[in-house]
Design a binder for this molecule. Structure first.
Ligand code: DWN
Length: 392
């Protein structure tokens, strides 16, 4: 693997600090990103054991945003109309944002983070709080194989792709389909969204790379949709080679052509991205310092895992951001890892109290701007670093 990006020493992105632990030394790891020119995968180089990240204290809940709820709802309607699955497995069911759109006897969830699995179990959805692997696939499909396996924003978090796909291949019926959804590497590189890289995001997939991985398991992509979620994602519709029901759509070659045209198969593209990231850091810091010199009150909005990368890479701390707002109850009253900025319970933005807001959750810009119409109307400003640092 050839390294193209060094994001410095970073703490675990989702390890929000309790006040009583603020003085404790945090564990940090080298966050470096590389390109494998054999299988075209882009991944972080040093990985953290999964048990350290995905346990019974996982803070992220998908249902915190209206955008995500709507996206899952729309997909559900499409699935019901086009595929009519009788038995579905969801890998990475989180707080049930997708699951709850189906009847309890037609879907099972797999969610290793016990605190999240508890939420769906409570609502009587069968949920396995285990890591997805072949053994689990065998256990779940004793009676029936799945007509549909769905996984959003999860496979990019799992190191051993061979194990995942072996288990998927086992669990999926002959004519069943697999739908995967993850951030698009093309969008990540185009938008200089270097904060898509942190301990949990082991991979950011290109179609080129995913295609290579799938081939080994006799799986093939038959359709791709570009979605707007998480800063630009791809939804891949995948089938077994032996399944002749679905024809391969033009969208697949179109996406591959786009990626090749952009150079996602070449190391030089990533080298250039590395330089753009350094430039982005410089520009972002310049904006913060200028505003601080003018005594502007700056806060953050959305204490995301992505923010952890930005704040620690750019060395932005309490000297530049007073506090963050977030709606997630688990995060409130804790401090962001590394930068140690306090996370407060979300209140509607008030221009009398705040001048400028750093968009940690830049991927929900539209939803947030809609919510904060009044603040914007009264002259409130936002800082974003995507696709380049600027005040809006
Ligand atoms: O892959 C992953 C994605 C899907 O979710 C995980 N590894 C971890 C997590 O990443 P993230 O924290 O970068 O995700 P989000 O979805 O960008 O996080 C949004 C955060 O912003 C949440 O903490 C909720 C918060 N929020 C808010 O406070 N007000 C979000 C919205 C839309 C709001 O209006």
């Amino acid at each position: 693997m050839k390294k193209f990006l060094n994001l410095g020493l970073q703490p675990l992105a989702n390890s929000y600090i309790k006040k009583k632990n603020l003085k404790n030394k945090e564990k940090k790891f080298k966050l470096e990103v590389g390109f494998n020119n054999k299988n075209y995968l882009v991944s972080i180089i040093n990985t953290i054991p999964k048990e350290k990240m995905f346990n019974d204290e996982y803070p992220y809940k998908s249902s915190e945003s209206k955008t995500m709820k709507l996206s899952f709802k729309n997909l559900t309607n499409k699935i019901k109309k086009n595929f009519k699955p009788k038995f579905i497995i969801e890998i990475g069911s989180n707080d049930g944002i997708f699951l709850k759109n189906f009847s309890k006897d037609s879907i099972v969830g797999v969610e290793p983070c016990e605190n999240l699995a508890k939420l769906t179990k409570k609502k009587k959805y069968k949920t396995f709080s285990e890591y997805w692997n072949l053994e689990l696939a065998k256990k779940i499909t004793v009676k029936n194989k799945a007509d549909l396996i769905y996984s959003a924003n999860t496979l990019s978090h799992i190191k051993n792709l061979d194990e995942i796909f072996k288990a998927i291949n086992y669990g999926l019926s002959k004519n069943g389909i697999l739908i995967l959804e993850d951030p698009s590497l093309l969008q990540c590189i185009k938008n200089v969204a270097y904060d898509q890289f942190y301990c949990e995001h082991i991979y950011v997939f290109s179609t080129i790379a995913l295609n290579q991985v799938l081939k080994k398991f006799n799986l093939e992509i038959f359709d791709i949709e570009n979605t707007k979620t998480h800063g630009g994602s791809n939804r891949y519709y995948i089938k077994k080679n032996i399944n002749k029901i679905y024809k391969i759509k033009r969208s697949v070659q179109k996406e591959l052509d786009k990626e090749i045209k952009f150079g996602l198969h070449k190391f030089t593209t990533y080298k250039k991205f590395g330089s753009r990231v350094k430039k982005s850091r410089k520009q972002l810091l310049k904006i913060f310092l200028k505003l601080r010199n003018k005594n502007r009150k700056i806060i953050g909005y959305g204490a995301t895992a992505k923010s952890c990368t930005v704040l620690n890479y750019c060395k932005i701390g309490t000297n530049l951001i007073d506090y963050f707002y977030d709606t997630t109850s688990y995060k409130i009253g804790r401090y962001l890892p590394g930068s140690k900025i306090l996370i407060k319970k979300y209140l509607k933005l008030d221009k009398k109290k705040v001048d400028v807001v750093f968009l940690g959750a830049w991927n929900f810009k539209k939803e947030i701007f809609h919510k904060e119409k009044k603040f914007i109307k009264e002259g409130g400003k936002f800082i974003t670093h995507i696709p380049y640092p600027r005040i809006i």
